[in-house]
Design a protein around this ligand. Structure first.
Ligand code: ADP
Length: 267
Protein backbone atom coordinates (compact mmCIF):
# COMPACT_ATOMS: atom_id res chain seq x y z
CA UNK A 1 0.00 0.00 0.00
CA UNK A 2 1.28 3.48 -0.85
CA UNK A 3 0.61 6.20 1.68
CA UNK A 4 1.68 9.77 2.50
CA UNK A 5 2.73 11.32 5.78
CA UNK A 6 2.36 14.71 7.42
CA UNK A 7 4.45 15.50 10.50
CA UNK A 8 3.49 18.59 12.49
CA UNK A 9 6.38 19.34 14.85
CA UNK A 10 4.79 21.81 17.26
CA UNK A 11 6.34 23.63 20.20
CA UNK A 12 4.48 21.39 22.65
CA UNK A 13 3.35 18.29 20.75
CA UNK A 14 4.34 16.41 17.61
CA UNK A 15 1.44 15.19 15.53
CA UNK A 16 1.73 12.62 12.73
CA UNK A 17 -0.90 11.67 10.15
CA UNK A 18 -1.00 9.16 7.29
CA UNK A 19 -3.31 9.38 4.30
CA UNK A 20 -4.00 6.77 1.64
CA UNK A 21 -3.94 7.06 -2.16
CA UNK A 22 -7.30 8.85 -2.09
CA UNK A 23 -5.95 11.40 0.39
CA UNK A 24 -8.10 10.01 3.24
CA UNK A 25 -6.83 9.69 6.80
CA UNK A 26 -5.62 6.19 7.73
CA UNK A 27 -4.03 6.80 11.11
CA UNK A 28 -2.68 9.53 13.40
CA UNK A 29 -0.63 9.84 16.54
CA UNK A 30 0.45 12.52 19.06
CA UNK A 31 3.49 12.75 21.37
CA UNK A 32 5.14 15.43 23.49
CA UNK A 33 7.79 17.41 21.59
CA UNK A 34 10.37 17.48 24.37
CA UNK A 35 13.85 18.78 23.61
CA UNK A 36 14.96 16.08 21.15
CA UNK A 37 12.91 17.15 18.13
CA UNK A 38 14.44 14.78 15.58
CA UNK A 39 14.54 11.68 17.78
CA UNK A 40 11.03 12.20 19.14
CA UNK A 41 9.59 12.84 15.67
CA UNK A 42 11.26 9.72 14.29
CA UNK A 43 9.96 7.59 17.17
CA UNK A 44 6.43 8.93 16.73
CA UNK A 45 6.59 8.27 12.99
CA UNK A 46 7.76 4.67 13.57
CA UNK A 47 4.99 4.14 16.12
CA UNK A 48 2.44 5.50 13.66
CA UNK A 49 3.61 3.07 10.96
CA UNK A 50 3.44 0.17 13.41
CA UNK A 51 -0.05 1.21 14.50
CA UNK A 52 -1.18 1.27 10.85
CA UNK A 53 0.59 -2.04 10.02
CA UNK A 54 2.76 -0.32 7.40
CA UNK A 55 6.49 -0.19 6.62
CA UNK A 56 8.70 2.81 5.94
CA UNK A 57 8.85 1.79 2.23
CA UNK A 58 5.06 2.19 2.02
CA UNK A 59 5.37 5.93 2.64
CA UNK A 60 5.96 7.60 -0.72
CA UNK A 61 6.28 11.22 0.45
CA UNK A 62 6.65 13.04 3.77
CA UNK A 63 5.95 16.71 4.45
CA UNK A 64 7.01 18.27 7.74
CA UNK A 65 5.34 21.36 9.13
CA UNK A 66 5.18 23.32 12.40
CA UNK A 67 7.70 25.07 14.55
CA UNK A 68 10.40 22.36 14.23
CA UNK A 69 9.81 21.42 10.59
CA UNK A 70 13.31 22.31 9.37
CA UNK A 71 14.88 19.97 11.92
CA UNK A 72 13.38 16.81 10.49
CA UNK A 73 15.76 16.06 7.65
CA UNK A 74 14.06 12.80 6.58
CA UNK A 75 11.09 14.73 5.16
CA UNK A 76 10.85 15.22 1.39
CA UNK A 77 9.68 18.78 1.89
CA UNK A 78 8.46 21.22 4.51
CA UNK A 79 5.63 23.71 4.49
CA UNK A 80 4.31 26.47 6.76
CA UNK A 81 1.77 25.44 9.36
CA UNK A 82 -0.61 28.14 8.09
CA UNK A 83 -0.87 26.43 4.68
CA UNK A 84 -1.05 22.93 6.18
CA UNK A 85 -3.71 24.00 8.69
CA UNK A 86 -5.78 25.59 5.91
CA UNK A 87 -5.61 22.42 3.78
CA UNK A 88 -6.47 20.15 6.73
CA UNK A 89 -9.38 22.31 7.92
CA UNK A 90 -10.72 22.68 4.38
CA UNK A 91 -10.66 18.89 3.98
CA UNK A 92 -12.31 18.08 7.34
CA UNK A 93 -14.67 21.06 7.06
CA UNK A 94 -16.30 19.68 3.87
CA UNK A 95 -18.37 17.28 6.00
CA UNK A 96 -19.73 20.33 7.88
CA UNK A 97 -20.68 22.22 4.71
CA UNK A 98 -17.31 23.99 4.32
CA UNK A 99 -15.40 26.29 6.67
CA UNK A 100 -14.01 29.76 5.94
CA UNK A 101 -12.33 30.87 9.17
CA UNK A 102 -9.91 28.80 11.24
CA UNK A 103 -9.01 29.49 14.84
CA UNK A 104 -5.98 27.51 15.96
CA UNK A 105 -4.71 27.59 19.51
CA UNK A 106 -1.41 25.80 19.98
CA UNK A 107 0.97 25.26 22.86
CA UNK A 108 2.74 28.59 22.49
CA UNK A 109 0.88 30.57 19.87
CA UNK A 110 -2.56 31.21 18.45
CA UNK A 111 -3.65 31.94 14.90
CA UNK A 112 -6.67 33.00 12.92
CA UNK A 113 -6.77 32.09 9.24
CA UNK A 114 -9.36 33.04 6.65
CA UNK A 115 -9.60 30.69 3.68
CA UNK A 116 -11.43 30.86 0.36
CA UNK A 117 -13.86 28.26 -0.94
CA UNK A 118 -10.95 26.18 -2.34
CA UNK A 119 -9.03 26.16 0.96
CA UNK A 120 -6.43 28.76 -0.08
CA UNK A 121 -5.23 31.17 2.60
CA UNK A 122 -6.87 34.58 2.11
CA UNK A 123 -5.59 36.25 5.29
CA UNK A 124 -4.09 35.30 8.63
CA UNK A 125 -3.06 36.78 11.95
CA UNK A 126 -0.83 35.27 14.58
CA UNK A 127 -0.04 35.79 18.24
CA UNK A 128 3.30 34.26 19.15
CA UNK A 129 4.40 36.99 21.53
CA UNK A 130 2.12 36.43 24.50
CA UNK A 131 1.47 33.09 26.21
CA UNK A 132 -1.76 34.31 27.81
CA UNK A 133 -3.98 33.23 24.90
CA UNK A 134 -2.32 29.86 24.32
CA UNK A 135 -2.19 26.28 25.58
CA UNK A 136 0.71 27.21 27.81
CA UNK A 137 -1.64 29.40 29.84
CA UNK A 138 -3.98 26.41 30.28
CA UNK A 139 -1.08 24.13 31.26
CA UNK A 140 0.03 26.65 33.92
CA UNK A 141 -3.54 27.11 35.16
CA UNK A 142 -4.05 23.34 35.52
CA UNK A 143 -0.82 23.18 37.52
CA UNK A 144 -1.88 26.02 39.81
CA UNK A 145 -5.29 24.47 40.33
CA UNK A 146 -3.72 21.02 40.87
CA UNK A 147 -5.97 19.36 38.29
CA UNK A 148 -5.24 17.43 35.10
CA UNK A 149 -5.38 19.38 31.87
CA UNK A 150 -8.16 17.03 30.71
CA UNK A 151 -10.32 18.06 33.69
CA UNK A 152 -10.50 21.77 32.79
CA UNK A 153 -13.44 21.29 30.42
CA UNK A 154 -15.62 19.52 32.99
CA UNK A 155 -14.63 21.95 35.74
CA UNK A 156 -15.77 24.86 33.54
CA UNK A 157 -19.16 23.23 33.09
CA UNK A 158 -19.59 22.74 36.86
CA UNK A 159 -19.06 26.44 37.65
CA UNK A 160 -21.97 27.50 39.83
CA UNK A 161 -21.35 31.22 39.58
CA UNK A 162 -20.50 33.54 36.71
CA UNK A 163 -16.94 33.20 35.40
CA UNK A 164 -14.46 35.33 37.29
CA UNK A 165 -12.59 38.10 35.55
CA UNK A 166 -8.95 37.21 35.07
CA UNK A 167 -7.44 40.61 34.37
CA UNK A 168 -3.73 39.87 34.15
CA UNK A 169 -2.41 40.19 30.64
CA UNK A 170 0.65 38.06 31.33
CA UNK A 171 0.74 34.35 32.24
CA UNK A 172 3.09 34.89 35.16
CA UNK A 173 0.81 37.52 36.73
CA UNK A 174 -2.28 35.48 35.87
CA UNK A 175 -0.82 32.56 37.84
CA UNK A 176 -0.54 34.78 40.94
CA UNK A 177 -4.06 36.06 40.28
CA UNK A 178 -5.40 32.49 40.14
CA UNK A 179 -3.71 31.59 43.42
CA UNK A 180 -5.13 34.78 44.99
CA UNK A 181 -8.68 33.94 43.83
CA UNK A 182 -8.44 30.43 45.29
CA UNK A 183 -7.08 31.85 48.55
CA UNK A 184 -10.12 34.13 48.70
CA UNK A 185 -12.43 31.13 48.62
CA UNK A 186 -13.46 31.12 44.95
CA UNK A 187 -14.30 27.70 43.51
CA UNK A 188 -12.09 26.05 40.91
CA UNK A 189 -14.98 25.99 38.44
CA UNK A 190 -15.45 29.76 38.38
CA UNK A 191 -11.70 30.31 38.15
CA UNK A 192 -11.40 27.88 35.24
CA UNK A 193 -14.35 29.49 33.46
CA UNK A 194 -12.69 32.88 33.97
CA UNK A 195 -9.48 31.59 32.40
CA UNK A 196 -11.38 30.19 29.43
CA UNK A 197 -13.24 33.47 28.89
CA UNK A 198 -9.99 35.39 29.12
CA UNK A 199 -8.44 33.20 26.37
CA UNK A 200 -11.66 33.34 24.33
CA UNK A 201 -11.67 37.11 24.52
CA UNK A 202 -8.14 37.43 23.20
CA UNK A 203 -8.83 34.87 20.49
CA UNK A 204 -11.91 36.71 19.25
CA UNK A 205 -9.88 39.91 18.93
CA UNK A 206 -7.29 38.00 16.87
CA UNK A 207 -9.99 36.41 14.70
CA UNK A 208 -11.63 39.78 14.02
CA UNK A 209 -8.33 41.01 12.58
CA UNK A 210 -8.61 38.53 9.69
CA UNK A 211 -12.34 39.13 9.22
CA UNK A 212 -14.62 36.41 10.54
CA UNK A 213 -16.44 34.44 7.91
CA UNK A 214 -18.70 31.48 8.56
CA UNK A 215 -18.28 28.60 9.31
CA UNK A 216 -15.58 28.90 11.97
CA UNK A 217 -13.36 25.85 12.56
CA UNK A 218 -11.55 25.51 15.89
CA UNK A 219 -8.46 23.30 16.12
CA UNK A 220 -5.21 22.68 17.99
CA UNK A 221 -4.84 20.81 21.30
CA UNK A 222 -6.87 23.30 23.37
CA UNK A 223 -9.90 22.61 21.14
CA UNK A 224 -10.13 19.30 23.09
CA UNK A 225 -11.24 21.41 26.06
CA UNK A 226 -15.03 21.69 25.89
CA UNK A 227 -15.08 24.53 28.44
CA UNK A 228 -12.88 26.63 26.18
CA UNK A 229 -15.06 25.70 23.19
CA UNK A 230 -18.16 26.87 25.10
CA UNK A 231 -16.50 30.17 26.10
CA UNK A 232 -15.34 30.81 22.54
CA UNK A 233 -18.79 30.02 21.11
CA UNK A 234 -20.30 32.41 23.63
CA UNK A 235 -17.87 35.22 22.81
CA UNK A 236 -18.23 34.68 19.05
CA UNK A 237 -22.01 34.28 19.35
CA UNK A 238 -21.95 31.35 16.98
CA UNK A 239 -21.38 27.61 16.99
CA UNK A 240 -17.93 26.39 16.09
CA UNK A 241 -16.97 23.43 13.96
CA UNK A 242 -14.75 21.32 16.22
CA UNK A 243 -13.44 18.16 14.53
CA UNK A 244 -13.22 14.83 16.32
CA UNK A 245 -9.40 15.06 16.44
CA UNK A 246 -8.69 18.80 16.52
CA UNK A 247 -5.00 18.45 17.36
CA UNK A 248 -4.10 16.66 14.12
CA UNK A 249 -5.69 18.98 11.52
CA UNK A 250 -2.35 20.53 10.52
CA UNK A 251 -0.57 17.14 10.29
CA UNK A 252 -3.46 15.90 8.14
CA UNK A 253 -3.12 18.95 5.88
CA UNK A 254 0.61 18.23 5.48
CA UNK A 255 -0.16 14.58 4.62
CA UNK A 256 -2.71 15.69 1.97
CA UNK A 257 -0.09 18.08 0.52
CA UNK A 258 2.43 15.19 0.51
CA UNK A 259 -0.09 13.16 -1.48
CA UNK A 260 -0.60 16.04 -3.95
CA UNK A 261 3.16 16.70 -4.30
CA UNK A 262 3.81 13.02 -5.06
CA UNK A 263 1.16 12.98 -7.79
CA UNK A 264 2.53 16.24 -9.26
CA UNK A 265 6.11 14.92 -9.28
CA UNK A 266 4.88 11.70 -10.92
CA UNK A 267 3.41 13.73 -13.75
P1 ADP B 1 1.62 22.94 19.22
O1 ADP B 1 1.30 22.53 17.80
O2 ADP B 1 1.95 24.39 19.37
O3 ADP B 1 2.64 22.03 19.85
P2 ADP B 1 -0.92 21.74 20.03
O4 ADP B 1 -1.95 22.13 19.02
O5 ADP B 1 -0.41 20.36 19.95
O6 ADP B 1 0.27 22.79 20.07
O7 ADP B 1 -1.57 22.01 21.46
C1 ADP B 1 -0.86 21.79 22.66
C2 ADP B 1 -1.74 22.24 23.80
O8 ADP B 1 -2.97 21.50 23.76
C3 ADP B 1 -1.18 21.96 25.18
O9 ADP B 1 -0.38 23.05 25.61
C4 ADP B 1 -2.43 21.78 26.02
O10 ADP B 1 -2.78 23.01 26.64
C5 ADP B 1 -3.53 21.41 25.04
N1 ADP B 1 -4.02 20.03 25.18
C6 ADP B 1 -3.43 18.89 24.75
N2 ADP B 1 -4.16 17.80 25.05
C7 ADP B 1 -5.26 18.26 25.69
C8 ADP B 1 -6.41 17.63 26.25
N3 ADP B 1 -6.58 16.30 26.22
N4 ADP B 1 -7.34 18.41 26.84
C9 ADP B 1 -7.19 19.75 26.86
N5 ADP B 1 -6.13 20.41 26.35
C10 ADP B 1 -5.19 19.68 25.78
Amino acid sequence: MTCFAGLDIGSTAIKAALVDERGELISSSVAATGSLFYKNTLELFERLLQQAGLRREDVAYIIATGYGRKLFKDADDSISEITANAVGAHHVGKAFGGVRTIINIGGQDSKAIRIDAEGHVANFAMNDKCAAGTGRFLDAAARNLEVDLEELGDLHLTAERAPLNINSTCTVFAESEIIGLLANGHGKGEVVAGIHYSIANRTVRLAKRVGLEDRVYFDGGPALNKGLVAALEDELRRELVVPEHPQITTALGAAILAHDAYLREGE
